[in-house]
Design a protein around this ligand. Structure first.
Ligand code: FES
Length: 157
């Protein structure tokens, strides 16, 4: 297939309106289903007239979407360049892994916390940063992280 054919046949060119609705639909589906399980992906694909593969492919590109079940609090630690240079990423990941007794990619046994390492979360100016569900935490220190986790354990995010 020539490059111009690939471009012409790409979903964004073929169905620009559907593609622009896709992110919002994925967000709503995640709210409804808790994560983007196959049923949620199928639902979005059906409603927008896209294939499940197209929907899953888009969802997998954005760290805000969950393609696996997550804990009540999904902790995403940024290991992007600014956070790395701020001395945060590795130290924070190790600290949280120790504190929660899980490794990145895992969920605590009580289902409360999931730990994940992601790329830039758009808080480079106040690195190091992490996101917990929809909440952004910036200028992190280990002391602050301990407080955040303690608050979340108490159920008051
Ligand atoms: S590199 Fe961490 S927020 Fe951008």
């Amino acid at each position: 297939m020539a490059d111009s054919d690939r471009l012409e046949n790409s979903p964004i060119i073929a169905n620009p309106q559907k593609q622009t609705k896709l992110l919002a639909a994925l967000y709503l589906a995640q709210e409804e289903y808790g994560w983007l399980n196959p049923e949620a992906i199928e639902h979005v694909a059906d409603r927008l007239g896209l294939s499940p593969g197209q929907v899953r492919s888009t969802a997998s590109f954005y760290s805000m979407f969950n393609l696996e079940p997550q804990g009540e609090y999904r902790i995403q630690v940024c290991e992007g360049l600014s956070c790395y240079l701020a001395g945060g990423a590795e130290t924070i990941i190790d600290y949280l892994a120790h504190l929660l007794n899980i490794q990145p990619g895992e969920t605590t046994a009580d289902g409360k916390f999931s730990l994940e390492v992601v790329q830039c979360i758009a808080a480079c100016g106040s690195a190091p940063a992490m996101r917990v569900n929809d909440e952004l935490y910036e200028n992190l220190t280990l002391e602050r992280i301990a407080l955040i986790i303690r608050e979340l354990e108490g159920g008051s995010p």
